[in-house]
Unconditional design. Structure first.
Length: 124
């Protein structure tokens, strides 16, 4: 999806700093969605912490800005998202389901960033 907008998606676990340097082009912005660490290398690759925005508080340090903070940071998100979903302009990523008996396996998949999908536990 992001490629349609001229952006590059890098899966979790990718050494982002190295990947950005390998592009050999100036990077306009970096959106960090998971803050799994390594933002220092990303700052080095893009040249300034002001070019990086994170969605989590874990990455918001050293000049990296958090996109929004607080419990009301997306108060109108549902009103905005539902018409986009209904029209097909916004597409949800596929989800991966785990039976409740495999909750530990689902948690491990999240911790190890093995899935880029939403994980749903279903009642057996």
């Amino acid at each position: 999806m992001v490629e349609d907008l001229g952006a590059l998606f890098l899966p979790a676990g990718t050494p982002v700093g190295d990947a950005l340097k390998a592009l050999g082009v100036e990077v306009d912005w970096v959106l960090d969605a998971i803050s799994a660490g390594g933002l220092e290398e990303v700052v080095d690759a893009v040249g300034a912490p002001g070019k990086i925005v994170t969605l989590t508080g874990a990455g918001a340090r050293g000049g990296v800005q958090m996109l929004a903070d607080g419990v009301n940071r997306a108060a109108d998100a549902l009103d905005m998202a539902m018409p986009l979903l209904a029209s097909g302009q916004l597409r949800m990523r596929p989800r991966e389901t785990f039976p409740m008996a495999q909750a530990a396996a689902a948690h491990t998949a999240l911790e190890e960033h093995r899935s880029h999908r939403k994980l749903v536990l279903v009642n057996d």
